[in-house]
Design a protein around this ligand. Structure first.
Ligand code: CTP
Length: 401
């Protein structure tokens, strides 16, 4: 049920734009506020007057002839979801590269909510390597894709490229908005990736963490409406849409960024692989080769999660325990207790099929009174289960008040 939700409908220039009147009508039937943003070519297929006539609350066609000085910012503000239907190959390419040259593309860049796109084009254009590459880029940023479907295309061919039916698009929007209620108003700090401790200005000690688990966590929390600050060590990964992303290198930088936001937060998810040691005194410049052995002194680095656990109030703290060998669950439970956490996710890091670098993992979720094993699955679906468990913990805490 969408209810009093603000939905942005972006329309780009494809023949399927003629179905947009149905999308607007159906969204209005669900009591949504519908703000339409159209490209210039979209207006060749459907007119702003038609969309207003079927109930659109506003129709924006340009950045410059609107009542507002900054229509893209006003439209993006407080929206629960944006859908671009139809999404042409051209708009998909622009989104993938971040081009912002009209009202629709600038609105997308200003978004702070999930983005769903419904591609529609000729089969060869859809299958073109450039389009597929752009779709991959968008998926990696957490953009949701619906369709395209197989059927009769505008050019007369039968193939893949038809925009999904308006009712299917509405169902997908409903799914996205209903999940968003679950964590709206909650603020999460998520850490990801590995830290690097400098030895000199060239070398560092680091670890093999890819950041994938933390990024998946951020994505799944955003999908449920949470506000997320993602603080990450060096990684190639692209930050999901709608989060604040802060890039750090050292434990101290990570600690500073976490503490800066801690008071305002509702929960912290420490998925980062944080160094336990650092060099006592990093050398300025480059250490030159010496004849004999090189002795370096390592001193303990701050344990950020333990520090948060020691001063916790009503926040939920979730840690990850990277373990090898036997008794993984027991070792993780000791960390849960020592660091005063609500939940710890134990994962094995001595199995090449899972863990560091892999898209897959096998974990056990441990709380003070429960143990739940998640068999090998993608990091995204593990993140989904952890978020579900979090919601369960939150509700349980509320019930016991
Ligand atoms: N952690 C932290 N600060 C550190 C080390 C770890 O905040 N200096 C956090 C990690 O982000 C993780 C949890 O503590 O959520 C457990 O990390 P892990 O490396 O498994 O355990 P350690 O406490 O470092 O103990 P050990 O390395 O000896 O297993």
């Amino acid at each position: 049920m969408i209810g009093n939700f603000k939905v942005i409908l972006g329309i780009s220039g494809g023949i399927a734009a003629i179905k947009c009147a149905d999308i607007v009508r159906d969204l209005k039937g669900l009591s949504a506020k519908v703000l339409v943003v159209m490209t210039k070519s979209a207006q060749e297929f459907v007119t702003p007057t038609t969309l207003t006539a079927v109930g659109a609350d506003s129709v924006t066609t340009s950045l410059f002839n609107d009542k507002s000085d900054m229509p893209h910012i006003d439209i993006a503000k407080d929206a629960q979801v944006m859908v671009i239907a139809p999404a042409t190959a051209n708009i998909i390419a622009k989104l993938a590269t971040g081009i912002a040259d009209d009202a629709l593309t600038t609105t997308v860049l200003a978004l702070n909510c999930p983005l769903l796109i419904a591609p529609s084009m000729n089969e060869s254009m859809w299958q073109n390597v450039a389009t597929q590459k752009n779709i991959e880029i968008l998926k990696s940023r957490g953009v949701k894709i619906i369709g395209p479907e197989i059927g009769k295309l505008a050019c007369g061919d039968i193939g893949i490229g038809r925009m999904s039916e308006p009712l299917d698009i509405i169902r997908r929007i409903e799914e996205l908005t209903s999940k968003r209620d679950q964590l709206s108003g909650k603020y999460f700090i998520v850490t990801a990736g590995g830290t690097r401790e400098p030895l000199d200005e060239i070398r560092y000690i680091g670890n093999r963490s890819s950041g994938k688990m933390g990024f998946s966590m951020a994505r799944k929390l955003l999908e449920r409406g949470a506000k997320v600050s993602l603080i990450t060590g060096p990684t190639e990964l692209t930050a999901p849409f709608g989060c604040e992303c802060i890039r750090i290198e050292t434990v101290d930088e990570l600690r500073d960024e976490v503490l800066k936001r801690y008071d305002a937060s509702d929960a912290v998810v420490m998925a980062a692989a944080v160094s336990d040691y650092r060099f006592k005194k990093p050398v300025q410049g480059k250490i030159k080769k010496s004849e004999g052995p090189l002795n370096l002194t390592l001193v303990p680095a701050p344990d950020i999660l333990k520090e948060l656990g020691d001063r916790r109030s009503n926040k939920i703290l979730i840690g990850f325990a990277a373990e090898c060998g036997d008794d993984i669950e027991k070792k993780a439970r000791e960390k849960l207790e020592k660091k005063n956490l609500d939940m710890i996710i134990a994962n094995r890091v001595d199995d090449d099929r899972i863990g560091f670098d892999s898209d897959y993992n096998e974990v056990t979720m441990i709380t003070l009174d429960s143990v739940e094993k998640i068999p090998i699955s993608s990091k995204d679906s593990i993140a989904e289960k952890i978020v579900e468990k979090f919601i369960f913990l939150k509700e349980k805490a509320l019930r016991s008040i």
